[in-house]
Design a protein around this ligand. Structure first.
Ligand SMILES: [Fe+2]
Ligand SMILES: [Fe+2]
Length: 920
């Protein structure tokens, strides 16, 4: 879909004139950036009703004390903690205050032998299980940029604090119970980033409200064992309902009031973590003291930019487990530096991306797709406020925008806490929208286009309509879906471009109670349609009764059969969907072993298109057949026949019955010249089963494998010598063919495998330049970075970068009109990390050469100016009488490689007169 077709502004805040500090945003709050106050600013974490951790950094102090009490003037208790000398000038002080009363304000100051903080105040959490009052959470995204010239995260924190205090008319520790961060708190897990980015920039809030973080991919960079993360955060004794983490401080959960907070790690998606999630969900679902569950997972559930760069573990494995309890209402992701919100298609669960103010991300930059489980994606820098009303059992979420990366740096922070989203969830509501009906009546076959029309939205719950879901299937069981579309009352996707970059609602003016099937939307055949409605509390109505119709006069598409998978475990049932059948009552589908000939050999199992061995009275063209037959292990195919004979009307579909083989490389990365080992187990031990090793970017086919070997055992290993430098994957295949029965497992041989190159290493300032690459690792967020010569990636702030959608080879073109003259290098980095995987190509950006004059000659009352020019380029002649100021005199466009102008001079009135020519 072309976003430029949808230049309709959404409801809030559209203005006619373009101003960077728009009038809608001028409120009582002083949005001028003040910056975190100086002095020791402690950091609170791991809040419990009876304890809290206080932490801070110093250069070289050795003492750790906190004085505290329940009034500012009586800090009657003192407690000493520990200091961890983590590096030169990196002393980490931490102390746990214990014996506290729940839901109580405490005053405290932190001190060492050299410095004492001012007195701060915080509030302990309510007692565990409390189900009265409010509980408020501040969520402030992914904020990995340390650049002290920008202080992006610090600005976002300051804005959030001001807005929250304005909303509630109270200091932040009275308004907010907890700050949640969904990962990428740092760009690299160095002490520098923990101290000077994460701790320093949240200093407005960290002494008052506890902050809890989540592992992102960037926490693992420069700190792969997470030693710094574990040393800085005191999460090791957290548990939820007695369930402890098998990998403490990597993923963790805890309960506050009657809410379970589950910080998962999208970077450690092992079955151990999956089992832990299951244990928490089982316990929380049964616990009377828990009403709510919120999960965090750095890589999100869904994303409409950089599509596919999500946590497939969260989406496919963890979310179905979380959805076992209706207490789970929200998943908070990050990783994409924008805001997004959606509802899972089938469960009453919201998911958001809280992308903070990290590396620039905007529309048009990446592969994008408009998904129906995302209601809005807004490429702003935002923060969110979650309010639980524990008595009313409601959760209200609001999202406030502060900045737009597309605005110039000087005027970027112009939104001033603009409300860009709000949504809510009410627990315990059993009233769903009323079951709708399709009002269409189809007496005779129809020709397309056809509009399906739903009855109006009806409910007694008081909730408004949020979504409709239309399905059209080729079978009455709605397995073989031809149309499957959820639409929300709004669909915020894309922006209006320069200069305002406003969000666009592509559903503005769309009646989502109607669904149009286009003139080419379905081939001839019989179909079944149904609809349901969802309310603003995420609850679906029942499906409407199905309405059947027959399409005629459309394209006569080819008959086709499809299976949902290519590998089935031996006892798993499978279904074969068929469509566009030739229309004989005795059309049928048979299952044969690979190599068998239908006719001479009987089918192992088969059905007429009514899923029985008795032909139907009238012909069926579309539908699905369910096979519950336990096929022996091996290779099989399904075939589609007509008229009780053996004439096949569609291409066969091959599949394999058996268990997947486990294939594991001995190492993820081999040195050049080393022999690569692939271990396998659970294999069928066929004499011609084989392991193929392929270069990333190639697909298994004859003569494509870099190396291969038969593997005719149940388990063992095969060694592959002589692999040249490169990124590879290995896969296990059956019987000399290309049926894959393992996942593809990646590994590499050699270091700095990828190659980057440039056609010229001399770039004129302002000119675009292209970097070519080959032998990339093939991961979605591989990137080419530009650094100044002598800089260290991951330590110095990068100058520019581009992703390239995980291509193994290709090129990227940089458009950097303001890149200053100097020496730079380009290199490839893998998977959004600072792991460098290519050579470096160094290049020089040349300053603009001075204009070269060919002539400047006085001729009477004129001066003849001639200079070397570029055809089509505009030049300005400027005039000065004293070299202390220049005024524009004439603007000309050159038409050749030399340009000449005659300029009048008045020598009687202006004895001194200077001219110059510029191309700026
Ligand atoms: Fe990330
Ligand atoms: Fe990030």
């Amino acid at each position: 879909m072309n976003r430029s077709q949808f230049l309709r502004l959404i409801g809030f805040g559209a203005t006619g004139a373009f101003v960077f500090r728009p009038s809608w945003a001028l409120g009582a709050i002083n949005y001028d950036f003040q910056g975190t106050p100086a002095g020791l600013r402690p950091y609170l974490q791991t809040p419990r009703p009876d304890s809290i951790w206080v932490s801070w950094w110093s250069d070289a102090d050795t003492q750790t004390h906190v004085d505290f009490g329940t009034s500012a003037g009586a800090l009657t208790q003192s407690v000493s903690g520990t200091v961890n000398a983590m590096g030169t000038n990196y002393r980490y002080h931490s102390v746990r205050l214990t014996g506290l009363q729940p839901n109580t304000y405490y005053y405290y100051r932190a001190r060492t032998e050299n410095i004492t903080s001012e007195v701060f105040r915080f509030r302990t959490p309510k007692a565990i299980g409390t189900a009265t009052g409010k509980f408020r959470v501040l969520v402030i995204g992914d904020n990995q940029i340390i650049d002290p010239a920008q202080r992006r995260y610090e600005r976002l924190v300051e804005r959030a604090k001001k807005k929250v205090e304005d909303l509630y008319g109270a200091p932040i520790e009275e308004a907010i119970d907890l700050v949640l961060l969904p990962g990428d708190q740092v760009d690299v897990g160095t002490l520098d980033h923990y101290r000077h980015l994460h701790f320093k920039f949240c200093g407005w809030i960290s002494p008052h409200v506890p902050i809890m973080t989540t592992i992102g991919n960037h926490e693992t960079y420069s700190d792969p064992g997470l030693a710094n993360y574990k040393a800085v955060f005191n999460y090791d004794d957290l548990s939820c309902l007695g369930v402890t983490s098998p990998d403490p401080e990597v993923y963790y959960a805890y309960q506050l009031a009657n809410i379970a907070f589950v910080h998962a790690s999208s970077e450690h998606t092992t079955t151990t973590q999956t089992t832990w999630v299951q244990n928490i969900v089982t316990a929380a679902n049964a616990a009377t003291g828990i009403d709510w569950m919120v999960s965090l997972c750095h890589r999100p559930y869904q994303a409409e930019q950089y599509i596919g760069d999500i946590s497939s573990w969260m989406r496919n494995t963890a979310m179905p487990i979380f959805a076992q309890t209706q207490k789970h209402v929200l998943n908070i992701g990050a990783h994409h530096h924008l805001y997004a919100r959606g509802q899972t298609r089938q469960w009453p669960v919201y998911h958001i991306i809280s992308g903070g103010s990290a590396w620039d991300q905007y529309w048009g930059q990446s592969n994008e797709s408009n998904y129906d489980d995302v209601q809005k994606t807004i490429a702003n820098w935002t923060w969110q406020l979650i309010e639980f009303d524990l008595d009313a059992k409601t959760m209200d979420v609001r999202c406030f925008a502060e900045a737009n990366v597309r605005f110039p740096t000087a005027t970027r922070w112009s939104y001033n806490s603009r409300l860009v989203d709000q949504f809510s969830r009410k627990l315990g509501v059993t009233t769903t929208p009323q079951k709708p009906a399709l009002t269409n009546t189809f007496g005779a076959p129809v020709t397309l286009p056809v509009q399906l029309t739903s009855s109006s939205y009806q409910t007694t719950s008081g909730e408004a309509m949020n979504s409709t879901w239309f399905q059209v299937a080729a079978d009455a069981g709605f397995i073989n879906l031809k149309i499957d579309q959820i639409r929300d009352v709004e669909n915020i996707y894309g922006d209006t471009g320069f200069p305002l970059y406003e969000p666009v609602d592509t559903n503005a003016g769309v009646d989502i109670l109607k669904f149009s099937i286009s003139a080419t939307g379905l081939p001839n055949g019989t179909y079944h349609a149904r609809v349901r409605h969802r309310d603003t509390n995420t609850l679906w109505s029942q499906w409407s009764d199905a309405v059947s119709f027959t399409v005629t006069g459309s394209v006569a598409a080819d008959p086709k059969i499809t299976l949902q998978k290519s590998v089935y475990p031996p006892t798993e049932n499978f279904s074969v969907a068929f469509e566009n059948g030739p229309g004989h009552v005795r059309d049928w589908v048979g299952i044969y072993k690979k190599g068998q000939s239908p006719g001479p050999t009987a089918a192992t199992t088969w059905f007429y298109l009514n899923n029985t061995a008795t032909a139907p009275a009238t012909a069926i063209r579309n539908g699905a057949l369910n096979f519950s037959y336990d096929l022996p292990v091996g290779e099989w195919f399904a075939a589609f026949f007509t008229a009780d004979g053996y004439t096949e009307v569609a291409p066969r579909v091959s599949f394999y019955v058996g268990n997947m083989v486990t294939l594991t490389p001995g190492e993820d990365a081999y040195d050049e010249g080393e022999t690569a080992r692939l271990n396998f187990s659970g294999a069928p031990a066929g004499t011609k089963d084989w392991i193929g090793v392929f270069r990333v970017g190639t697909t298994p086919a004859p003569n494509v494998a870099a190396k291969w070997s038969y593997a005719a055992q149940a388990s063992g290993f095969r060694d592959f010598a002589g692999l040249t430098k490169g990124y590879y994957y290995a896969v296990f295949m059956v019987n000399d063919g290309y049926q894959e029965i393992s996942t593809r497992v990646p590994f590499s041989v050699g270091s700095l495998i990828s190659t980057v190159s440039m056609e010229s290493t001399q770039i004129q300032q302002g000119g675009d330049f292209t970097v070519h690459f080959t032998d990339g690792p093939g991961i979605a967020k591989d990137w080419i970075g530009i650094f100044k010569e002598g800089e260290t990636p991951g330590v110095n702030v990068l100058t520019a970068y581009l992703y390239f959608a995980g291509a193994a080879s290709g090129s990227v073109t940089f458009h950097l009109p303001d890149l200053p003259p100097g020496n730079y290098f380009a290199a490839m980095f893998t998977n959004d990390s600072y792991t460098e995987v290519s050579n470096r190509v160094t290049f020089t950006v040349l300053g603009k050469p001075p204009l070269e004059f060919e002539q400047a000659k006085l001729e009477g009352n004129e001066i003849r100016l001639r200079w070397k020019s570029e055809s089509g380029k505009t030049y300005k002649i400027q005039k000065s009488t004293g070299l202390n100021g220049w005024t524009d005199f004439r603007t000309v466009t050159a038409s050749g490689s030399s340009h000449e102008e005659l300029v009048p001079v008045d020598r009687s009135t202006q004895p001194n007169c200077f001219f110059r020519v510029t191309d700026g």
